[in-house]
Design a protein around this ligand. Structure first.
Ligand code: HEC
Length: 137
């Protein structure tokens, strides 16, 4: 192999790699986020989401979620402007049409700029699901 062809090949490989990475980043940022099938039927154990439970959940939201998702959950928190992916609008049809299990799975596992909230006790995570539900228009 001549030196020239070797360099050319390396350059081609580098371009292909860069293109692949760029495509991957775009796919990561824009691909639809789907919870796995087994998450769909997870049952929300919170059957009584009363004023006290809602106030508790609101507290967790204010501490952990508001910077990105905004005070009203519309995805317009102060940090939203600098994120590569827009935080979800909890009041939207797109979020609300999912099962409780799917929302639970997503907020537990996170993706990209959305942190995983597995560190919160399971009960609190279900309360967050009920809270998001309570914002349905
Ligand atoms: C650092 C910013 C940030 C914080 C803090 C944050 N989120 Fe998110 N969240 C995001 C982003 C960005 C997305 C969209 C991710 C994507 O589509 O790849 C998202 C998506 C979600 C989704 C998925 C919506 C859907 O149906 O696709 C849920 C549910 C959610 N967030 C709940 C929460 C909850 C609850 C908290 C607080 C406990 C929280 N988030 C804190 C940035 C954040």
């Amino acid at each position: 192999m001549s030196l020239h062809r070797g360099v050319l090949r390396m350059a081609t490989a580098a371009v292909a790699l860069a293109a692949g990475l760029a495509f991957g980043a775009v796919a990561w940022a824009q691909g639809e986020w789907k919870a796995p099938p087994e998450a769909h039927s997870l049952k929300n154990p919170i059957t009584k989401f009363d004023a006290k439970a809602k106030a508790d959940a609101k507290n967790i939201v204010e501490t952990n979620c508001v910077p990105c998702h905004g005070v009203t959950g519309k995805g317009d928190g102060p940090a939203a402007a600098v994120l590569p992916t827009k935080p979800a609008d909890w009041t939207s049809e797109k979020v609300q049409k999912q099962t409780d299990g799917e929302i639970f799975w997503k907020l537990s596992n996170g993706r990209g700029a959305m942190p995983p909230w597995k560190s919160l006790p399971e009960k609190e995570r279900w309360e967050l699901v009920s809270y998001i539900r309570s914002l349905k228009k």
